[in-house]
Design a protein around this ligand. Sequence first.
Ligand SMILES: *Cc1c(COP(=O)(O)O)cnc(C)c1O
Length: 468
Amino acid sequence: MAGLYGKNSKETRNFLDPIFGSYSSDHALPKYQLNEKPVEPRIAYRIVKDQLLDEGNARENLATFCQTYMEPNATKLMAETMDKNAIDKSEYPRTAELENRCVNIIANLWHAQPAENYMGTSTVGSSEACMLGGLAMKFAWRERAKKLGLDIHAHKPNLVISSGYQVCWEKFATYFDIELRTVPMDEQHQSLNMEKVMDYVDEYTIGIVGIMGITYTGRYDNIAKLNDLVEAYNKTTPYKVYIHVDAASGGFYAPFMEPDIKWDFQLKNVVSINSSGHKYGLVYPGIGWVLWRDKQFLPDKLIFKVSYLGGELPTMAINFSRSASQIIGQYYNFVRFGFDGYKEIQKRTHDVAVFLSNEIAKLGHFEIVNDGSELPIVCYKHKADDGVAWTLYDLADRLRMKGWQVPAYPLPKNLDNVEVQRIVCRADFGMNMAHDFIEDMKRAIDELNNSHIVSHQRVELKKYGFTH
Ligand SMILES: *Cc1c(COP(=O)(O)O)cnc(C)c1O
């Protein structure tokens, strides 16, 4: 996550590069202000590259859903197209056409209905896509509510979602002044609670978000069931509600792995869907997508016209300029892999997750919370009666010594007494690496069993990132 930075008190002026024999390598460079004179490209490259040397190996980062590998041909193509500005449709009409093809390919994958007019766009990632999906719901709700004569200022509009939501929804609620109504998850309901969800809905509800792949556990919300509940609810009231599916992780996974699950535009009340191209769409960050099943769910007010070759092209985005190379990378993947290629890659990733889950269960210390059968992520907790002094946080530390990043963290509210460790399997985490990982895990546990564990009173100091 991009940070927020402020005044730096550790100012040093001694930022010397150890490459000798050049004029610039003999000069101190300030870290926190511009150097006065330029530096030769070779030296500048070395300085920056060296600065990043010990950042760890992204491929061993099992914390993230984001892609850490693309083929050389894809990388080449993306490097060659980095200069293209995605918003500049008049300068780059061919690039715009590739984006258009991607939207159509995705609409097809998500079963857009032939009688309707789907629309969609690329975004920086799912966060921007969720903002746009949320805004469309807010604007559409306002139009419907006004027509019905509701006093739209009497209460804050609300959005209903399970407590397993990703942080982008909290941002959406804060930025756009929406009450986030969270349906708690508990031991029996580790995804959206279908018995309770409709209790949270009223005439100020702009929509319900279903999650295809809860970030914490990898579980899918039961969108088909939610669709039925919404269908029944809508028969009882003029204040209709609709569903947005946050399929950041599942949108490019479920269509290949579980084509029989109904979660997309096959369901009447699902009006919009987002997904991250940089998760199981297999592109480097940042690219996301958001699609509406029909124009009627995307209010005109949210569409802006940008002049395009003498005509006008509608756009919808929070961002303006950004590189088109990720869009081109996405299109490359679609062409390169096709349906069967994606399916094979996801299947292999799934097999790795199931293998890990079985092996970890055999170690005897853990109870499996998620076995990789939905999203290919493996989640486990420490057995209560394990009788060892070490915690999942200690294990995470140990694994880190081998370069593996495997976060440990508490589940969301109401389940936060449960601490889990999570492994996200991605396309570039092959079976050979999984074998190595299990070996390293066994060694780490042996080491911990034979250690004298001290401290770690303040467990909160040891939490690692997991929300991506
Ligand atoms: C990752 C994720 C997001 C945010 O996606 P970005 O592409 O990183 O902006 C939103 N929702 C869910 C469920 C996610 O898993």
